[in-house]
Design a protein around this ligand. Structure first.
Ligand SMILES: NC(=O)C1=CN([C@@H]2O[C@H](COP(=O)(O)OP(=O)(O)OC[C@H]3O[C@@H](n4cnc5c(N)ncnc54)[C@H](OP(=O)(O)O)[C@@H]3O)[C@@H](O)[C@H]2O)C=CC1
Ligand SMILES: O=C(O)CCC(=O)C(=O)O
Length: 444
């Protein structure tokens, strides 16, 4: 099988979906040489089947704003694969949400969830609803309207949504409340819930903590450590702040955060007080990161990303395609030795090529940000056994899972000269488990 031939057919079947092409092409480039060596996968058309979602649900979400005006948004759930477990993946509320974005995210989730070692299939969903500037009551009404339709398609052993961009604990709480009301059952059909009603300790921290743990594993494998390193982090949401928190715990200096308006550059580095300010500002008050520079008197670069700042380690934690080829070159010029993706697909293919040609440590999101969904899996286990584990216990399990994912990347990712191609390793290890399950089921 040839990559170009496969992609030609794929693009024809999915017109106008650039993010989906990007994600599929990246995986197909790693997987095709492997399946050419294992023709049973070609005969079973596993790659064609794996790049076609099981099901896509699209629905109208009608709600009333605070002025009594009726509003209409579009809701989606892409149930990509339940080959190795129930559908599982986040919900995104952002004006940029469309089918291409959700299909790429659900596709990526397939390999990520496979890597976690837990029995989870893959999905992604959301809406083009923009939470910015909406009152809490508007957000609640929207979430209730969204769940009124979504509840017909999810459930404990069917599909278990969680948060993503624009969907944090507050939104999950509104969604879960409506689920419970409509279904008249208290089951853990969403993860990322509040601790009082079935949520897991460390879920909100897990994606960021896991990303820092993954970086620590990559550095350790090269005989190095996070301690003393200067780090640039993009974003200022859930993933970014908890990546920064764990990096600081591990002895690093974090000098940037950003949002869609600009970047703060704090030469002295964040500390506990500053990070608490950011959590309150971005996760609760939904303010702008520029307010950090007013409060702590540091540089603010309007409209800029953090990639021009001198650093040892970089963590893109905001959104897809936020780090381009020139940014990658700039990072290398400024001394950066390693990149771990907290976001999904934040580096463009050209940027990744630059990192890999330089033999830098580069961790793809499907490996380095898998800690979030892994702890979601642990939340599901706690819910179904009516248990609540301590934060220490969950953190220990998270560390073990991230170390296991790192090992899988090594097992499948060693290339010429001993360089670890973490992207290839993650794609192949993630692929093999799902593909073998599909083979076992026969023609489905
Ligand atoms: N939450 C989770 O558990 C997981 C999340 N991820 C991924 O991590 C990334 C961040 O998610 P999360 O932290 O949960 O989301 P949040 O909504 O908490 O934060 C998103 C952050 O990214 C910024 N951002 C969003 N869109 C853009 C854009 N188009 N350009 C520039 N900045 C942007 C936001 O800025 P602003 O405030 O201005 O909008 C905000 O700072 C996403 O790629 C997500 O898919 C991956 C694994 C798990
Ligand atoms: O916790 C989950 O189910 C999903 C998290 C997520 O959306 C992701 O891994 O991208």
């Amino acid at each position: 099988m040839e990559l170009s031939q496969f992609m030609e057919g794929f693009v024809k079947r999915n017109p106008g979906e650039p993010e989906f092409y990007q994600a599929v092409q990246e995986v197909a480039a790693s997987v095709i040489p492997y399946i050419n060596d294992h023709p049973k996968y070609i005969k079973a058309r596993i790659l064609e089947r794996l790049s076609e979602p099981d099901r896509i649900i699209i629905f109208r979400v009608c709600w009333e704003d605070d002025r009594g005006k009726y509003r209409v948004n579009r809701g989606y759930r892409v149930q990509h694969s339940n080959a190795i477990g129930p559908y599982k993946g986040g919900l995104r509320f952002h004006p940029s949400v469309n089918l291409s974005v959700l299909k790429f995210l659900a596709f990526e989730q397939t390999f990520k969830n496979s890597l976690t070692t837990l029995p989870m299939g893959s999905a992604k969903g959301g809406s083009n609803f923009d939470p910015k500037g909406k009152s809490e009551r508007e957000i609640m009404r929207f979430c209730q309207a969204f769940m009124t339709e979504l509840c017909k398609h999810i459930g404990n052993n069917i599909d278990i949504p969680a948060g993503d961009i624009g969907v944090g604990t507050r939104e999950i709480s509104f969604l879960f409340g409506q689920w419970k009301r409509l279904r008249n059952e208290f089951t853990g059909a969403l993860t990322g819930k509040g601790l009082e009603f079935g949520g897991s300790h460390i879920r909100k921290e897990a994606t960021g903590y896991g990303c820092a743990y993954f970086m620590e594993s990559m550095l350790k494998h090269r005989g190095d450590t996070i301690k003393g390193k200067t780090c640039v982090v993009s974003g200022a949401g859930n993933v970014a702040v908890f990546t920064a928190e764990k990096l600081m715990d591990l002895g690093a200096k974090v000098v940037t955060l950003s949002d869609s308006s600009g970047t703060i550059y704090d030469k002295d580095g964040l500390n506990e007080e500053k990070l608490e300010f950011v959590k309150d500002l971005k996760l609760f008050k939904k303010g702008r990161i520029a307010e950090y520079s007013d409060k702590f008197d540091c540089e603010y670069h309007e409209g800029k990303k953090p990639w021009g700042v001198k650093c040892d380690l970089a963590f893109p934690c905001a959104t897809e395609n936020e780090l381009f080829q020139d940014d990658a070159k700039e990072l290398i010029k400024n001394g950066c030795i390693a990149v771990a993706e907290g976001a999904n697909m934040p580096c463009t293919p050209e940027a990744i090529r630059v990192f890999q040609e330089e033999r830098m440590l580069y961790a793809p999101g499907k490996a380095s940000n898998a800690g979030g969904v892994a702890v979601s899996g642990l939340e599901m286990t706690q819910n179904t056994t009516y248990m609540a584990w301590s934060g220490e216990d969950v953190d220990l399990l998270l560390k073990g899972i991230m170390a296991d994912i790192h090992q899988q990347c090594i097992d499948y990712g060693v290339v010429d000269g001993g360089y670890i191609d973490y992207a290839k390793g993650a794609n192949l290890a993630g692929f093999k488990k799902v593909a073998d399950a599909m083979m076992a089921y026969g023609v489905l």
